[in-house]
Design a protein around this ligand. Structure first.
Ligand SMILES: NC(=O)c1ccc[n+]([C@@H]2O[C@H](COP(=O)([O-])OP(=O)(O)OC[C@H]3O[C@@H](n4cnc5c(N)ncnc54)[C@H](OP(=O)(O)O)[C@@H]3O)[C@@H](O)[C@H]2O)c1
Length: 254
């Protein structure tokens, strides 16, 4: 048994068919957890679960869910309970960003979609998972926010506002759930090589510009976010709550 052991734990991870969520699911399974793979599309979820089960038999199931649907999220929780009987770790990882440009040009629908998917849906899923964690006096909630939530930006303002709100969501729920030994934290990734950020790294010149001010002078890999999630989910992180762990190659300090 190590500080990072997750044996016997069950984790629900939204947006885990690829990218950061997929990397977190893989590392959770490697550390002994059962994982529930989820995204909007069934087939990629099934493939991701199959790949994890090939390495860790019986560790993963796939339950598609669009985070914008409360019914889908309830089904995600219900199916997890049917399969594994408990939820110990809830990772709110999926998010949306349908608008690029100054805030003056964003439509109300686009703004609402960002706030709904990146804040309200996290609140929904956490409220669905928390009661059993509170009852057992043990649980870990992790919200994948962004360093965008620590900065102003002329192009992705609404997204950054939603990610800043996630920091406060974590702080607030940490205060509410703390007496029940349920911890709530954020991870704030910098630029990571996933589909979500493809526009910032696909072209070598753009990538150079995107990472020029980053001390490590490079983009991060999805797997480099997974370690922080394992830390926050496990005994290693047992006294950490309400925090945002920045994993950005130093981008925010330079
Ligand atoms: N990549 C970066 O540079 C970066 C930096 C900071 C923060 N982040 C944050 O990291 C998180 C994960 O992003 P990523 O970079 O790993 O993105 P990604 O590689 O594009 O993966 C996104 C995942 O979320 C799923 N998804 C998208 N919309 C969804 C919805 N409405 N409901 C449920 N699932 C949905 C996708 O699958 P489907 O398409 O099948 O639904 C996929 O599994 C996000 O919260 C993002 O804001 C990313």
């Amino acid at each position: 048994m190590t500080l990072f052991d997750l044996t016997g734990k069950v984790a629900v991870i939204t947006g885990s068919s690829r990218g950061i969520g997929r990397a977190i699911a893989g590392r959770f399974a490697e550390h002994g957890a059962k994982v529930v793979i989820s995204s909007r599309k069934a087939e990629p979820c099934r493939k991701a679960a199959d790949a994890i089960n090939a390495e860790h038999p019986g560790a993963a199931i796939a339950v598609p869910a669009n985070i914008s649907s409360k019914d889908d999220l309830q089904n995600l929780v219900d199916e997890t309970m049917k399969a594994f009987g408990r939820i110990d770790i809830c990772v709110c990882n999926a998010a949306s960003n349908p608008y690029y440009g100054p805030l003056a040009g964003i439509s109300d629908d686009q703004f609402r979609k960002i706030l709904d998917n990146n804040i309200l849906s996290n609140h929904w899923l956490i409220q669905m998972c928390a009661p059993q964690m509170i009852e057992r006096k043990d649980g870990a909630v992790i919200i994948v926010s962004s360093i965008g939530g620590l900065r102003g930006n002329a192009i992705i303002g609404a997204y950054n506002i939603s990610k800043a709100a996630d920091f406060q969501l974590a702080r607030n729920l940490a205060a509410e759930f703390g007496p029940h030994n349920v911890r709530v934290n954020c991870i704030a990734p910098g630029l990571i090589k996933t589909d979500f950020a493809r526009a910032l790294w696909e072209d070598p010149e753009t990538l150079k510009r995107s990472t020029a001010g980053t001390p490590l002078r490079r983009i991060g890999e999805p797997d480099e976010i997974a370690g922080a999630a394992v830390f926050l989910a496990s005994k290693a992180g047992s006294f950490v709550t309400g925090q945002a762990i920045v994993v950005d190659g130093g981008a925010t300090i330079a």
